[in-house]
Design a protein around this ligand. Sequence first.
Ligand SMILES: Cc1cc2nc3c(=O)[nH]c(=O)nc-3n(C[C@H](O)[C@H](O)[C@H](O)COP(=O)(O)OP(=O)(O)OC[C@H]3O[C@@H](n4cnc5c(N)ncnc54)[C@H](O)[C@@H]3O)c2cc1C
Length: 518
Amino acid sequence: MPDSQTDYVIVGGGSAGCVLARRLSDDPDVNVVLLEAGPDALEPLIEIPFAFSQLLKSDLDWDNESEREPHLGDRRIHLARGKVLGGSSAINALIYLRGNRLDFDSWERAGFCGWSFEDVLPYFKRAEDNEQLGDPYHGKGGPLAVSDNPTPHELVDAVIAAALQAGIAANEDPNGAVQDGVGRWQSTQRSGRRSSTADGYLGPVRARPNLRVITDAEATKVNFESDRAVGVEYLRHGELKNASCQREVILSAGSFNSPKLLLLSGIGPAADLARLGIACRENLPVGRNLQDHLIVMLNWLTDGESMKDAWTPENMARWEDDGTGPLASNVGEGGAFIRTRSALPAPDIQLTFCPVMLGDDFLVPPMDHGLSLCPVLLKPASRGVVSLRTSLPISKVRVQNSYLAEDDDRRTMIDGVRACLNIAEQAALREVTTGPSLVPASDSDADCLDFVERNAQTLYHPVGTCAMGAVVDRECRVLGHECLRVVDASVMPEIPRANTNAATIMVAERAADFIKAA
Ligand SMILES: Cc1cc2nc3c(=O)[nH]c(=O)nc-3n(C[C@H](O)[C@H](O)[C@H](O)COP(=O)(O)OP(=O)(O)OC[C@H]3O[C@@H](n4cnc5c(N)ncnc54)[C@H](O)[C@@H]3O)c2cc1C
């Protein structure tokens, strides 16, 4: 496909980029080029839900690190991002949760017409091929496989029973009418095998003559003619190349690298660009408004089997045979959405229940059998920044999350930790646990906060760095420029109250319709 015939260049074949590549190339008269910095998704571990932690810090991870975080004991936090076709949807923990109705209604209220819950529900459903659930909240026949866990672990049942004893209501579908409550969650897999956007969206259409996927191609900047984006420059196997297009350049490089590309192209805060010697095309707050979900793991020992020893030849044979067994588990099998104060309009804490002890960024295998209860701060008030270290594309971005900078965030996280301690006190959990392994010294505010500061990490959900209203308009067009959009998690004005893969895919489905209608 010669450049002169290319309509769209999409940068980044992740959760959003693969959706766009599929939807835009549905029209055989439209020619699409998808550039992905990482390789094709050939690594066999990608398919195994339980193996996601093996992919962290591998060649398929951009392996960013935050600046020292002042409210987390000055620690640097590992910020994993998928560097492979499928992007972070190929290395994530597969949890399928969408967020609260209020999240999307508040985007609409902020002036982004067309993003209310009622507006976006059809796009969540269009994406989905839900094995168990259907109307009115779920879709069937879409590219993304969503299923119940094929081999639920009994330790998670015990935690759910304890949460019920603690007074949390049961909820069989937090993606349905009500988000509050406790239960098992679905995941993006089918028959125990991961459904990333690379295989769900791109796989079936890879052979289309109007779609060209170029892997190992890292975009370095956007090319312009006057204010019109006309293509991108990219590096492939040490050679600098150009991909031009007639209609639009679409950046889907994720919440760290989409702002990076805009900044390298002269779109960003004028003072920051001047400091790096980059000529400013447009003074926009690119990279500001970074929001992420903070999580901390509390661990208890069990006398029964956890998933500590899941990597056995027998379990591998079982998974290969019929996609069941421990290796089909995505670990975060269930949990709860709770409100730490009754006056809140929606949950502010997500509790994730795991049938194995967790810690150290999922990187160190547990020494003992146990389980983990993990509070997640759903609506952080703190805001971070993504910026450039140098004007060279090879430099990694600088990420300062400023986790827990706001009092409210610290207060909510303390209450989330206390909710876990309370669940652990219930009879159903006492029956299966033999004592604490990693928990705060007491349930006092000071001890809970100290525990969070020493142990919290990211749940890998950065959003908001090219936010609607600040950097792009409601149709994801970069302000002040023609033929340039950003479509990925970075355009979310506010973080949804849930893991962010489903919402990112929804954003791309929604944006595909805007682009087609342009
Ligand atoms: C370890 C981990 C666990 C997670 N667990 C869950 C979970 O259980 N459930 C959930 O809902 N969400 C989860 N998430 C979050 C979710 O996966 C992300 O929110 C979502 O994938 C973001 O999609 P995106 O399109 O914005 O970015 P990505 O999917 O990261 O895609 C960006 C793509 O752009 C490519 N790229 C970047 N720069 C360039 C460049 N210069 N040139 C060319 N290509 C480039 C990248 O290689 C990547 O493929 C997790 C994320 C991680 C990392």
